[in-house]
Design a protein around this ligand. Sequence first.
Ligand code: ZN
Length: 161
Amino acid sequence: RHQPQNDVPVAMRYRACQRMYRENVGVFGSHIHGLGLFCLQEIDSGDMVIEYAGTVIRSTLTDYRERFYESRGIGCYMFRIDSDEVVDATMSGNMARFINHSCEPNCYSKVVAVDGQKKIMIFALRRIVPGEELTYDYKFPIEEAKIPCKCGSARCRKTLN
Ligand SMILES: [Zn+2]
């Protein structure tokens, strides 16, 4: 699995990632927040680590769904693709929904097209070794009501938004 992946077509990389991710990452308690996603086997810089899996919904549906989940006491997990679409991982997600934010992350997210479908994929920014927590920058829009950041990095921006 340590062959360079950059020349491999994205659909092939995606299918390999779907087969492999459960061996490479796992969910454990985090010092940043709640549960987090951790490296189990060495991950190379540039590797496609895991899909942020879920159901692609129109942005106009997010408020309705958030209120519904809240009324049932269900923790809501959503990831914005662009101004029109959001991935809702609340009921159909995978381990990727546990990836915490960091102001100095070791992963990044990128939307890729696989067989004509938009997928949010998490890639490694650098080599990651077993035991490290995987993080990416949530890039939340700036808002009045601040969510404090506890990522612990030297360059922490102190809030997520
Ligand atoms: Zn931070």
